[in-house]
Design a protein around this ligand. Structure first.
Ligand SMILES: [Zn+2]
Length: 388
């Protein structure tokens, strides 16, 4: 049994408890959470305790790309640079995955929605203490490539399933999935009642492609030798187009949302009540040097989550460092809100809220110590460290 006393405990299932006490068994299951009175054998900590973090958008398999790509040059240059890089040996890829996994564990991440194009992360996940949901990503701009792209993804998906790991096949982005590929994805998702995830409005050109059939995305696809001649303007933006395909009853996570407007959100919610939103601020700064307008998402507080994206576009896989960027740029969120985004909401999206997301008796959510707070709130100097 372990007893932790901290200046404040953010349970996320109640108001924060000042001078709080959390008691766990040896496996980390919560036995008691309350205000400290006079218990003995207590580990006295300075700072706040919160539940383990849920990182809803990561690409662990890309960890070998850390510090390999230039910053702030825009998504087009970023993708071109990735395409031009030579893949290292598999031992190097696996070592980078392992190192990144250890870091996520140490800084308090307990569950991850992980985008996969390969099974490179399988070995780490088989012995993982972090919960993973594998979003196997498929893409093919040209409809003639739909079946081959889906079959490739299905193979990766089947391997995860055979190994008893959670997985679903998901679309990469609005601009990289043909109508035909969408049908294959959503048929399987509907059959399995899966959760879905898609990169959304990460870049201005995405909307331009759909509203006017113009912009850098078409140029890039052509430069890769892809036939784009069939593409016509859809007269609606990328999010509106995607919503025609996303099954309304399934939970769908829209990732990035850098160019999403208040109007986009309101319109989307008219047909899709089950939308969730993920912010990846460090990756947004790394690639596009532009952040979403967080204030337009305030009403969606219960559906907001946070992701680290990959080490290709981030210096660390640390949920707290994402929260710091949001706190710096959006004063609308309190520390309690930010932690709800980072813990409870992500757990609900992944469907693992019975174990994760809040500090409640009987759950095993992991515990994180937040240090260097300012009046019990997250500051730019705050640090996170896993307790349990
Ligand atoms: Zn991503």
């Amino acid at each position: 049994m372990r007893k932790f006393k901290a200046d404040i405990v953010y349970t996320l299932s109640s108001s924060p408890i000042e001078n709080g006490l959390v008691v766990t068994d040896d496996n980390g299951t919560i036995l008691q959470v309350k205000q400290y009175e006079s218990e003995e054998n207590v580990e006295v900590l300075q700072g706040a305790i919160c539940p383990g973090f849920v990182n809803t958008h990561c690409h662990l398999e890309l960890s070998y790309l850390q510090n390999k790509l230039c910053e702030k040059k825009g998504l087009h240059e970023f993708i071109k640079e990735i395409e031009a890089l030579k893949q290292p040996a598999s031992a190097e890829i696996e070592e980078a995955i392992n190192t990144a996994y250890q870091k996520m564990y140490a800084n308090g991440i307990v569950a991850v929605g992980d985008i996969c194009n390969t099974n490179d992360t399988l070995n780490v996940k088989l012995k993982s203490q972090i919960y993973f949901h594998n979003f196997v990503e498929v893409f093919a701009f040209h409809p003639d490539r739909a079946e081959a792209a889906f079959a490739k993804g299905k193979k990766v998906y089947d391997t995860f399933i055979e190994n008893k790991l959670n997985a679903s096949i998901v679309p990469h982005a609005p601009y990289s999935v043909s109508d035909k590929l969408w049908k294959l994805i959503t048929d399987l998702a509907t059959e399995n009642n899966s959760i879905l995830s898609i990169h959304n409005q990460e870049n201005e050109d995405e909307n331009l492609l759909f509203t006017q059939a113009k912009g850098k995305i078409l140029e890039r696809l052509k430069s890769f030798g892809i036939d784009t001649s069939f593409w016509k303007s859809k007269g609606i933006n990328s999010l509106q187009y995607v919503l025609q395909f996303l099954p309304q009853h399934l939970k769908s996570l829209l990732v990035h949302n850098t160019f999403t407007t208040e109007n986009d959100i309101e319109n989307a919610l008219k047909t899709h009540a089950n939308l969730w939103w993920c912010f990846c601020p460090n990756a947004n700064l790394y690639i596009e040097n532009k952040l979403p307008n967080y204030s337009v998402f305030k009403k969606q507080l219960n559906r907001l989550t946070v992701g680290t994206d990959s080490l290709a576009s981030n210096h660390d896989l640390c949920v707290l460092s994402e929260l710091k960027i949001i706190a710096k740029h959006a004063a609308i969120f309190s520390t309690q809100d930010l932690l709800q985004i980072a813990c409870a909401n992500g757990a609900r999206f992944l469907g693992i809220e019975k174990q994760f997301g809040t500090i409640e008796i009987g759950k095993k959510p992991g515990l994180v110590l937040l240090k260097n707070l300012e009046q019990n709130n997250i500051s730019q100097q705050s640090t996170a460290q896993r307790l349990v």
